[in-house]
Design a protein around this ligand. Structure first.
Ligand code: HSE
Length: 307
């Protein structure tokens, strides 16, 4: 029996100004999948957590991603997947992407790596589509490629890894669920030329900041005039949290993916811990349950082991 254990990380999509085109994976938290190659075509999913996700493959992100992959495999093989999710669905830190991307990377290992990374992104996007109704890859690609990733094109896939300096990330996860599909519905389908200009200046600034290790430029570029104004209503005390984090020394940040999580970049770990305290201060007063992670960029992405 061929078996592999997959550790698939959470990720932060958009990186504030890069709606649907940029993301990075993080060291913590991550999901665990135990995958076994079977000799019968098809996918069997067993959930080992309490999230009550569907086990029917076509209704499940893992199943949909693997079915898309199996459609391109000639041999009669299949997969048994035991999934233990730590990344809460609807958290805004790439829960569905961790499942879909983890599954296809694990499956590819079991199939002796017959598919390219780009193929794997394509298959995993079928899983993401089940969760959010959209084929975006800004969580999946960083999970599979590791680090900061640009998805220059989602149709004819064009994925670019962007080197970045060491950054510490503080993530506030309010314990409320925001479905990506709902958070996409509130977005305007048209934006003004003025806003578009501002947004692409920030995207260019952010990429240049990453490449030149320019922390101030990274911070200045973390501004979103497209999604944040519409989505901030889903996140209790969003602007209060942001202000408190900036006062605590964060470089900048914003909504993680489609929310409700909020992330902040800091230059060093002590500042990232101060940002944690600032987030806690605001949320304690609001009587809202929350988790906070202090973590770093995961440069490797998904990790595999055999036992
Ligand atoms: N780019 C996607 C969105 C990420 O913002 O809707 C979802 O996690």
């Amino acid at each position: 029996m061929k078996k592999v254990i997959v550790h698939s990380p959470a990720s932060v999509a958009n990186i504030v100004c890069g709606f649907d085109i940029m993301g990075f994976s993080i060291e913590d938290p991550y999901d665990k999948l135990v995958m076994t190659l079977t000799d019968k075509k098809g996918v069997t999913i067993i959930n080992k957590d309490n999230y009550g996700l569907p086990e029917e493959p076509s209704a499940n992100v893992i199943g949909s991603a693997l079915l898309a992959m199996l459609a391109e495999v000639k041999e009669d093989v299949g997969f048994l997947v035991e999934s233990t999710k730590v990344i809460k669905p609807g958290s805004g830190i790439g829960s569905s992407a961790a499942s879909a991307a983890g599954a296809v990377v694990g499956a590819n290992h079991l199939l002796k790596n017959c598919f390219s990374k780009k193929d794997l992104v394509r298959f995993a996007m079928s899983g993401e589509e089940v969760a959010s109704g959209a084929r975006h890859a800004d969580n999946i690609a960083p999970c599979i490629y590791g680090g900061v990733t640009l998805i220059r094109s989602c149709g004819e896939l064009d994925i670019v890894s962007i080197p970045a300096p060491e950054l510490f990330i503080t993530i506030l996860h309010p314990q409320i669920e925001v479905k990506t599909s709902e958070a996409r519905k509130v977005l305007k389908s048209d934006i003004t030329l003025k806003d578009a200009t501002k947004q692409w200046a920030n995207v260019a600034g952010l990429v240049a900041g990453f490449l030149q290790n320019d922390y101030d430029l990274i911070g200045r570029s973390l501004e979103d005039v497209v999604a944040e104004p519409a989505r901030s209503i889903f996140i209790p005390a969003f602007y209060e949290v942001k202000e408190a984090c900036m006062k605590a020394g964060a470089l900048g940040g914003g909504i993680s993916g489609s929310g409700p999580s909020v992330f902040m970049f800091s230059k060093d770990q002590p500042t990232a811990e101060n940002v944690r305290w600032a987030m806690q201060e605001v949320y304690r007063k609001k009587n809202i349950e929350f988790n906070i992670y202090v973590t770093t960029i995961n440069k490797q992405g998904i990790r595999l082991s055999e036992n």
